[in-house]
Design a protein around this ligand. Structure first.
Ligand code: 6GU
Length: 239
């Protein structure tokens, strides 16, 4: 997979080359390109924004500069992702869809956003998604790109040490993951739940399932309503 990012803050994307993502780059599983939007400006001020038509606060990013940048950066067949609080929610399902792409290009907006015609024009020749990482407002799309890239890259074959762990994640079965414990057996008066040391695999699995259901019911009750038909077993109805 190759990920390209266009931004006015290229330094902000340095973490793409660190830790899990950096290791994927080093191992040839991921290519990363970070591009400074101002490289496509022509004026002495290297201006990328202008006042909004219709008035109001803030500035809007100019279409000509974005158009030239995306024409050059987007390879044939790429998917364009535009992080924005006005986007559709980025979910684990979307992470899996992105992990199947050969080329992802992220366009990071700042200020009040990018002139909408940039998105409209790009959509004439490639798939374009405007996505949000949650119901809060960031200053720009850069931090969202780091979030999305990490969620996607960890799903690429060979990136995670243990491939089973991706299948057991929160959300892969529509539930939040329950608690985990390691040694020692008692720490600051707090004991590891007995069942986890019972050696009874079926009991352990039942307990983990109950913990996941209970946690989901408490923290994200709306997820229980969204479970596919038949995904709760007979024993689950006790919760
Ligand atoms: Cl993707 N971008 C920005 N600027 N703010 C956000 C967001 C994205 N998701 C939530 N807030």
């Amino acid at each position: 997979m190759r990920i390209d990012v266009v931004t006015i803050f290229p330094d902000y994307l340095e973490p793409l080359r660190a830790a899990l993502l950096g290791r994927a780059v080093d191992r040839g599983l991921l290519e990363v390109g970070v591009h400074d939007l101002r490289d496509w400006t022509h004026d002495v001020h290297r201006a990328v924004d202008d006042a909004p038509y219709g008035g109001g606060p803030g500035m809007v990013m100019k279409p000509q500069i974005w158009g030239a940048a995306l024409d050059e950066v987007c390879p044939a067949g790429a998917r364009l992702v535009v992080p924005t609080p006005a986007g559709r929610p980025f979910t684990q399902e979307l992470a899996h869809a992105y992990a199947a792409e050969e080329n992802l290009v992220f366009a990071c907006g700042r200020y009040e956003g990018i002139d909408q015609r940039v998105i409209e024009d790009a959509a004439r020749r490639m798939p374009v998604d405007e996505v949000s990482i949650g119901d809060y407002v960031l200053v720009g799309g850069e931090a969202a790109v780091l979030v999305i890239a990490e969620a996607v890259v960890r799903l690429l074959p060979g990136v995670l040490g243990n491939p089973v762990s991706a299948e057991q994640d929160s959300f892969s079965d529509g539930l939040l993951e329950g608690p985990s414990y390691t040694r020692p057996e008692v720490w600051r008066d707090l004991a590891v739940p007995d069942v986890l040391r019972s050696g009874n695999h079926a009991l352990v699995e039942r307990w983990r399932r109950d913990q996941a259901l209970e946690r989901t019911a408490r923290r994200r009750p709306e997820l229980l309503g969204a479970l596919p038909e038949g995904s709760l077993d007979a024993a689950d109805h006790a919760v």
